[in-house]
Design a binder for this molecule. Structure first.
Ligand code: CP
Length: 308
């Protein structure tokens, strides 16, 4: 099968296992391309893509833009600061105005959960969710799973641990869906106050004891505390959080196997992860960023082939 089952990428929830495998196979080809001396292909030469960022980003924004340029697409960049959003223009009006300039595809990051799904129901264009509030971050989960598979092989029956602020993390939810669709077992770990109630409906194991959870894992994804999404305090102090859930070299060395350490970024060094661990050979954090370009090239290439 050489076609995705979807016309938009709104969340991993909407993909099937064959979709994930097709995206990975396509990313393998693009990874080979971007490691050549001439890193550009003409695949999307006649396509115009608008990147709409209503929330800050470093990795996702640059990675999408670079992926678009590697595919020879024309690129428009929009950020909400400095736009007419401040004059009261709605999201739908903003996007319809951009689409009337003959734009073929929208990449959108938005602080509201469900913003991409909402947009897909109200406009006629291909939409890629680049992170919507606490909901999903599908390309992050794709690049995470792809990078991990590159290191430890097929993820079927592998044990993957996600640690930290599960409640406010779009990466956690997309990771859970992606790993499960690839046959892995997922455990989440963090303070009870940061584990959402809906987790019980996701067939995910919950472990409050960090060291116990690590001992049973092939890989760990360390998440940042999303202070910007919190309106109240969820644990007594950062110091206590670090003592309970911070990943240090001593903790890693106390485990009897070499687990892979991942982080979606941005890192808060000394909080969820020490510099020694983040920069260690067990960490694949920069591999994740590198693979993000090939994964996003694959997603846009496959979705462009479905444009009307
Ligand atoms: N991982 C991630 O989404 O990083 P940015 O917020 O910098 O895009």
């Amino acid at each position: 099968m050489d076609d995705l089952s979807v016309n938009n990428l709104l969340g991993i929830k909407y993909l099937n296992t064959d979709d994930l495998k097709l995206i990975f196979k396509t990313a393998d080809n693009f990874k080979e391309v971007i490691n050549r001396k001439i890193k550009k292909v003409p695949s999307l030469r006649d396509i115009t893509i608008a990147n709409l960022f209503f929330e800050n980003s470093t990795r996702t924004k640059l990675s999408f833009e670079l992926a678009q340029k590697r595919l020879s697409a024309d690129v428009l960049n929009f950020s909400s600061s400095g736009s007419s959003i401040s004059k009261g223009e709605t999201l739908i009006d903003t996007v319809n105005n951009i689409l009337s300039m003959k734009v073929d595809m929208i990449v959108m990051r938005h602080p509201s959960p469900g913003a991409s799904v909402f947009l897909s129901k109200n406009i006629d264009s291909c939409i890629i969710n680049a992170g919507d509030g606490t909901h999903e971050h599908p390309t992050q989960a794709l690049l995470d799973a792809y990078s991990l598979q590159e290191k430890i092989g097929y993820l079927e029956n592998k044990n993957i641990l996600i640690v930290g602020d599960i409640m406010h993390s779009r990466v956690a939810l997309s990771n859970i869906f992606a790993y499960q669709k690839l046959g892995a077992n997922v455990t989440v770990c963090g303070p009870k106050s940061l584990i959402p109630n809906y987790i019980s409906s996701l067939n995910v194991k919950v472990e409050i004891d960090f060291k116990k959870a690590l001992n049973n894992s092939d890989a760990v994804n360390m998440l940042r505390i999303q202070n910007e999404r919190m309106s109240e305090t969820y644990f007594p102090s950062i110091r206590e959080y670090v003592q309970q859930y911070g990943l240090t070299k001593d903790i890693l060395d106390s485990i009897d196997r070499k687990i892979i350490v991942m982080h979606p970024g941005p890192i808060n060094r000394g909080v969820e992860i020490t510099s020694e661990v983040a920069d260690s050979e067990q960490a694949i954090i920069l591999d994740q960023v590198e693979n993000g370009v090939a994964i996003r090239m694959a997603v846009m290439y496959l979705l462009a082939s479905k444009l009307k």
